[in-house]
Design a binder for this molecule. Sequence first.
Ligand code: GLN
Length: 191
Amino acid sequence: MAGLCVGVLALQGAFREHGDALTRLGATVREVRQLKDLDGLDAIVLPGGESTVMGKLLQEWSMLEPLRQRILAGMPVYGSCAGLILLCTDVEGSDQPRLGVLDATVRRNAFGRQVDSFETDLTLPDLGAEPVHAVFIRAPVLTRVGPDVRVLAQVGSQAVAVRQNNVLGTSFHPELTDDPRLHQYFLTMCS
Ligand code: GLN
């Protein structure tokens, strides 16, 4: 993993914890705030936060289309929570700016007001037999996934971790626990 330069979009939201998790795994981390920060990156992480704000800022700073092109050209990307929303082709009831590189429909704040935030143990076979302790914060779920999207984990019948080739997304926040496996998995997608 050493030698990989991984960007973490740092316009808004919980980006520092992703950087820390990737640094612990030996990656070189760059906080991405403007277009030129994308140059030479091997991969990028889109953190949790507020997807509408992040999408608007990406558009305002003329980064949305260049980032989309890089992802379409094969650059690995991992989006958690709001980052997952930014990746999806369709957002229920919203035309908010997004990258649209993951063939899926996302429902924001899908667990409702009463269960705004919760934690649960998830089965995620790609990461091994040990369950993943997943933290959900005003989290989305995917209500439709396209034929090329592989569902890696579900809560009930709803997809909360998915992969489509170079695009990885989770509804939950692995950067808030000390389990390195999800970031490790992402780094193996980069090499
Ligand atoms: N509810 C937020 C959104 O819709 C996502 C929450 C999060 O990233 N923790 O963008």
